[in-house]
Design a binder for this molecule. Sequence first.
Ligand code: ADP
Ligand code: ASP
Ligand code: MG
Length: 782
Amino acid sequence: MTKVVHKFGGSSLSSAARYQAVANIILGQCQAGDCVVVSAAGKTTNTLVKLWQSYVQKDDNGFNDILLQVENHQNQLLSELFDSQQANALSSQLKDELQSIAKAAKGDSLHEATLLAHGEIWSARLLARLLSTLNVESQDVDARTLFTQHQGQLLHAQNKQACLAQIKADKIYVVTGFIASDCDGKTITLGRNGSDYSATLLANYVDAKAVSIWTDTQGVFSTDPRKVSSAIKYPKVCRVQANLLARLGNPVLHAKTLSPLKDTNIKLQVRSSFDPEVVGTEIVKQGYSKDKRFITTFDELDLIRVEGLAVGEVRTLSQLIQHSIHHFNKGGEDYLLVPSKDTHAVASHLAGRGNIVESHLRGLAIVSPSHETAHLTQQAATVLEQQDVVVRFTHSDGSYALFLTDQSIDSDVLAILHDKLVNKGRELAVIIAGLGNVGEVFVEQCQKQVEKLQATFDLKVVALVRSKEMLFCPSGINIGSWQQQWRSEAQAYQPEDLLERIGELDYENKVVIDITASDAFSNMYPSFVAHDCHLISANKYAGTAEQTWYGKLLEQLQERNLHWRYNTSVGAGLPINFALADLQNSGDTVTRIEGVFSGTLSWLCSSFDGSKAFSELVLEAQSMGYTEPDPREDLSGRDMQRKLLILARDLGLQLDVDDIALEPLMPVHLADGNWDSFLAKREALDEFYQSRYEQAQSQGKALRYTGALEVDAQGKVSAKVGIAYAEAGSAIANLTPGDNIFVITSQWYESNPLVIQGPGAGKEVTAAGIHSDLYWLTQKLK
Ligand code: ADP
Ligand code: ASP
Ligand code: MG
């Protein structure tokens, strides 16, 4: 059984390199029995339309020039994609076809649809041949043998039979988009941009489970992403809105694309053949996605008022001009929006029943959730007025508003409109994992902070995750009373369930905030990223993971345009990662970072004055909750080693944790055995510390436990965590017990380094630091 229909539009086949890329996608994603529907290469149909026009206008020179242009374009593709023997064979077949076209033109028997059909025929032939050279069993199929239409209606039963008879599970079938035939075997087309429709029709006939429309954008956006760079890609768009956009002439999907999917479960996706790894947009059934906001623009349209418009007449007219015609009723009158170049044909067909109300209009339509339309219409009117765009006609029907204008809506105006109307309500779903000390405070602080962010952002906390249970609520958890909801709705936590629920979330943006101390949770980062989630971590595991894994994660984030903040994984709320990024982004080169990045070790070393044994102080710190449950975890220095690695990676250095030399703040043998056995040997720790303390004192210095990273002029890196004797009076020697300190030397801060100092632990400052990351993210997404 055929499983998937892939459709590649002209934009995906615009050069030999693009054909090659498409062949690679097919190699990676298709199985025998799948179908590939293709459009004409690049702008070939436009060129063939011009060829037709020159024929109609009897412009022989023009005709010959364009024919040559077509031949050159095809031959170039052939010569770049095949060896000379294959290219020559295909080229001579092409020559024969072009000669027939020229002959038919001379004999006045050229037929428009048959001429246009060549674009798709060449494209399917070329791709099937290319796949064969890559040892993929494939065959090109002329869709005129599959799709028959009679009096404007496709003969579904007959077509289905034809498809099932021809398309088997043995190879990949490359089917021409756009074309069909009538009962007399004459070529017809399905209208400009009609290959999308060919693909969904075919999917319906062969009972495919999915259709992928591969194009040159990563999915369906809030507006044309080629005009507005801040256009938002929507992960899901419901069929009704996609259909409306298509009927308004938006090119991303053809107007009829969705009709064959009605009453089926065929999945429809729009994806980019330029970025095949990126998740595209899924067009889902009504009720499976919230309505979104879109702006789509128009070029050169005439507004025609029609008297006595008959049922089905718009379809007939669309067919006549090969272009979708938007129809609406205002004040009891029927209006059509017709491309200006086709008005003549439409008006003659209407034979006196059509009045041209306005001509050569441009403009835009806003598609939105219906409760927002009135408000957005008002806002749009204000912006257009401010931008001196003259509006000649407006119409609104609840789910969209039309503005027909004198001038084209250029990219600048579109960007302003988009910023004012669409970007305002940007959505962000927040998933919070880890409700320990810091997590609980973070959630508490959320009440105020979320309210603040919601002024410009549609931000919802959708999940709270603990190691054994989670609360997942796609419409948003009331953060003021989450405990109550937790008690009634929390469910067992399973990593797969969490991922599945995240995958189903219908939000433009998602962020996972990891406040756990779990290695297993950080191992899920690649899966979160695959589900298009941004990441915020207080957890240090991912940031210190093995370099290959870490590098891949960064690549994956970059590919998907996602952000990862981890400001609190070093120095709690202190803005150390910000500072490093900022220095480097502004052209500075950091040559050395030195400091104390452990609150516990800072407290121990700065408090020690010889009045009591070091182990005494350790036990005191333990009883005040300043240490890990087993303080040897702190004394081992591993936590500082990991933090120094995070800072090193912030400088773009490729290191692993073992590349950082580590000297623990205790005799090595004390690391073994249980806590009691350690206590029995505590004098060894005291002696260890005391001797070094005295040595430092004798040199007039202070014993500190520091991390230091240095990059020399040749780029050689040395990194170490261990005991250091700090010059009396230096910032490190004067450190307040418990504080962290980062001393940054750079090209600009050379003789007098930049110092960042303050509390480097504590639940309030850490939670606040995570909020700072969240705020940064919302600013970035605006
Ligand atoms: P294809 O050749 O793959 O059929 P089209 O040119 O027909 O591609 O349609 C894709 C184009 O649609 C994109 O290049 C983009 O410029 C345009 N476009 C307009 N509005 C949107 C939108 N809202 N989302 C995505 N693409 C859009
Ligand atoms: N090649 C046709 C066109 O350019 C059909 C399509 O691309 O969908 O309109
Ligand atoms: Mg298209």
